[in-house]
Ligand binder design. Structure first.
Ligand code: PGA
Length: 355
């Protein structure tokens, strides 16, 4: 982990499939180690598009490597409200389809919030859900996804760090994001039952997975301040939480976006160009107008120490950019880029020469 920026350990994989395979193996190891001690393994499970490949990997471990779920107890994070368990979009249905019907788990060990509980009974029902988790010995490992607004479970921005399982109102952005599962947005339930943030934080270990276009919220959660406006940032305060993400979801992390700030960069013409262009865009200045002070103020003082004058670096970057301009997309094969500096004689004016 890069100490000063990432406050949660992050493991980056080339594809979601690779990340899911890693997470599945971690879960498999835990199930087996509990099994060898004659103990139950209590898993907190998530739904949504993110964990589908994780469940596919777990099913494969069951089918091909004999991983048994007989000693596994599960608690799902959330469920829409109101909803019938048989509804195509219910998380009951999702879990059956993607995992439970394909492994040897005892149905009596499966717990998913019930979207049918009468409104006046919900408070009591949610308290019982919490007590059931406690009675099972607490959650050994909680799997999470992350919403683009930073929600974990259905704990939308503003949820308290101390929240427990409860009925919540969904953010409009969540309803829009989940409309793909329904006919249209008007069919997306307005409420849900979700474990609270403190329920999640009480898990002994947490794995949050994020794939694809989640880079912004991943960066804020991992590198930003802890705030209830970004519920996932509260995971910084958990002592055994890992983010498992793919390369696309990692692109906004400082170690990729501005690696020179981490103190661990090897300077090459490409990384110098990236750093200088990044600085120019940030300061809204042309590359050739950057000053030595701009370099120092932007954390690029090391470049000056290594390569001397800021103006000379500006020029080298400018030449690199200039030489990348070509009528051939991707560059002309075998083209010889002319030497710098500029030719000393002006190019002949062909029009006047032909007269
Ligand atoms: P997704 O949702 O996996 O469908 O992207 C994640 C979440 O909202 O927690």
């Amino acid at each position: 982990m890069v100490d000063s920026f990432e406050k949660i350990p992050v493991k980056i994989f080339t594809t979601p499939k690779d990340g899911s395979e890693f997470a599945a193996r971690e879960i498999g190891k835990l199930i087996r180690s509990k099994e060898s001690k004659g103990e139950k393994c209590v898993l907190g499970l998530a739904t949504g598009s993110t964990p589908i490949s994780l469940y596919a990997s777990l099913v494969r471990l069951h089918q091909e490597e004999g991983l048994s779920f007989k000693n596994v107890v599960t608690f799902n994070l959330d469920e829409y409200y109101p909803i019938e368990p048989e509804a195509l979009q219910s998380y009951h249905n999702f879990m059956q389809r993607n995992l439970f019907s394909k492994v040897d788990i005892d149905p009596a060990n499966i717990n998913i919030p019930d979207g049918r509980v009468a409104k006046d009974k919900i408070k009591e029902y949610c308290q019982q859900y919490e007590q059931k988790i406690e009675a099972a010995g607490g959650i050994d490992l909680q799997v999470l996804g992350i919403g683009n607004n930073g929600h974990i479970g259905f704990n939308e921005p503003g949820s308290s760090r101390y929240s427990k399982t409860r009925l919540v109102t969904l953010d409009n952005s969540t309803r829009v994001a989940n409309a793909r599962e329904f006919q249209n947005i008007s069919h997306v339930p307005r409420m849900a039952i979700t474990m609270g943030i403190s329920t999640i934080m009480n898990a002994k270990r947490i794995i949050l997975m994020a794939w694809g276009l989640k880079a912004n919220i991943v960066q804020k959660s991992v590198e930003g301040h802890v705030t209830e406006h970004i519920p996932a940032s509260i995971l910084q305060q958990h002592n055994d939480c890992t983010f498992i993400i793919d390369e696309l979801a990692a692109t906004e992390l400082t170690r990729f976006k501005s690696p020179w700030l981490t103190g661990e960069i090897t300077w090459t013409p490409q990384t110098i160009r990236k750093a200088v262009v990044h600085m120019a865009l940030k300061l809204k200045k042309p590359v050739l107008s950057l000053t030595t002070n701009d370099y120092i103020d932007s954390g690029l003082g090391d470049l000056l120490t290594e390569f001397g004058d800021g103006y000379e670096i500006n020029l080298q970057v400018y030449y690199q950019l200039r030489d990348s301009i070509t009528g051939w997309p991707g560059g002309k094969p075998n083209a010889v880029i002319p030497n710098h500096p500029e030719r000393s004689e002006p190019y002949p004016n062909l029009l006047s020469a032909s007269r």
